[in-house]
Design a protein around this ligand. Structure first.
Ligand SMILES: Cc1cc2nc3c(=O)[nH]c(=O)nc-3n(C[C@H](O)[C@H](O)[C@H](O)COP(=O)(O)OP(=O)(O)OC[C@H]3O[C@@H](n4cnc5c(N)ncnc54)[C@H](O)[C@@H]3O)c2cc1C
Length: 377
């Protein structure tokens, strides 16, 4: 099929593609509360906007949004804020929210728009994408700016948003070459919001929306706040994670219970001595191994990775973990990665900041001992 005949069979492209500029993060402000996690969209927007030579916009909807919240978004990495303030936007009303965001898109033409892949973003993002006749890549873990050669159409599109997400056993790169904005869901935990800088300045733009009549068919009758879920893994500043390496030991008998106790001692010692939050994690292989002796100790909620949790602590210690891509995507944004592995070619070493090429059964006690010496015991 020639490029032009293929093109005629595709959904018509967004007119005037080149006029779309800037990367926006959708900020969740619900029931008078700024959802801190949605600031991660500004982290994603910052990464690509700086590379593409564009600005970062924060978009926020609500009613009686305090000015200090709008200013806060500038301090947290937005170059400008566009907000709509209306009684119909006080609660999350999917019809009104979709329509107002669509009106903002029509007016300001953003190149990319990021939603948090949480309950609200997963509901709203696809609705906005449908309304704006564009695509959406859900649950992305990374972004870049790249050219894309659309071989079937015989065209190369320049400076597109590369939307990166796991797909079964692969990491897929998704492009939206012919439509704008390029809309993505950002998986929680993968982008740190930019550090707060109260010296940053930016424009705060009020947008007066037209609320469609049908939005009034949607009524919030009751709002109930669910108890906050505490997640030790996501809150932790240091994580000690164990993998299948605890079941193997060159030249010795492996003792998974002993390995678990050593990891626990290390995490607890650091928590006690340095007053930081610590937690234990695990690879999926170790969890799925369901070792009898570790029943109740290694549990499903400890899984780090693509089908587990995304974490980005200050220090991530991976002991006896090979570094399969599905594990790496859940922890590679940690500030420091200490990898303990007997295999000098273990893939985890590729992303480690500190490499310990040694048996974990000897390495972990050495770390504890070194810490004790350092801390004067
Ligand atoms: C769709 C899909 C989703 C997945 N999601 C996840 C996920 O969310 N999280 C996840 O973790 N995995 C996930 N996996 C599984 C992933 O592919 C790997 O199988 C898994 O991460 C491997 O776990 P591991 O590193 O503990 O085990 P292994 O790959 O067996 O590695 C064990 C490592 O320990 C080292 N070792 C052995 N003995 C010692 C010792 N005494 N001291 C030090 N090092 C030692 C070895 O050299 C090796 O590198 C997923 C897979 C699929 C297909």
């Amino acid at each position: 099929m020639s490029g032009s005949s293929l093109e005629s069979r595709l959904l018509p492209a967004t007119p005037d593609l080149e006029s779309y500029k800037d990367a926006w993060g959708f900020i969740e402000y619900i029931e008078g509360e700024l959802f801190e996690i949605s600031l991660e969209t500004l982290g994603a927007a910052n990464k690509v906007a700086r590379k593409a030579g564009m600005k970062v916009g924060a978009v926020i909807l609500g009613h009686k949004i305090p000015e200090e919240i709008l200013r806060e978004l500038i301090y947290r990495g937005a170059d400008y804020v566009i907000y709509a303030d209306h009684p119909e936007l006080e609660h999350y009303n999917p019809i009104a929210y979709t329509e107002v965001l669509y009106q903002m898109i029509e007016r300001y033409r953003p190149w990319a728009l990021f939603f948090m892949a949480d309950d609200l973003g997963r509901d709203l993002g696809p609705k906005v994408a449908y309304r704006a006749t564009t695509g959406m890549a859900a649950d992305c873990i990374d972004f870049d700016v790249e050219d894309f050669e659309f071989k079937l159409a015989g065209k190369t599109y320049k400076n597109l948003l590369a939307q990166i997400r796991p797909a079964a056993i692969w990491i897929a790169k998704i492009f939206t070459p012919r439509h704008r904005p390029q809309i993505s869901g950002v998986r929680p935990g993968y982008f740190k919001p930019p550090p707060r800088d109260p010296n940053r300045r930016g424009d705060i733009i009020r947008f007066d929306p037209l609320i469609p009549e049908e939005a009034k068919r949607f009524r919030v009758v009751k709002v109930e706040k669910l108890p906050e879920e505490k997640d030790p893994l996501r809150d932790a500043e240091l994580i000690v994670s164990l993998g299948m390496g605890i079941t193997r030991r060159p030249g010795g008998e492996p003792d998974p219970v002993k390995a678990f106790e050593m990891a626990k001692e290390l995490a607890e010692y650091i928590a006690k001595k340095l007053g930081v939050k610590t937690a234990l994690g695990a690879s999926r292989a170790l969890i799925h191994a369901e070792l009898k002796e570790l029943e109740g100790k290694i549990t499903h909620d400890m899984q780090v990775g693509q089908t587990g949790k995304a974490v980005s602590p200050k220090i991530y210690i991976a002991a006896g973990i090979s570094g399969a891509i599905q594990h790496k995507v859940g922890m590679q944004s940690s500030e420091n990665i200490i990898a303990i592995n007997i295999d000098p070619n273990a893939p985890i070493f590729e992303i480690a900041t500190h490499i310990i090429n040694e048996d974990l059964y000897t390495a972990i006690p050495k770390i504890i001992e070194a810490l004790k010496k350092r801390l004067g015991e």
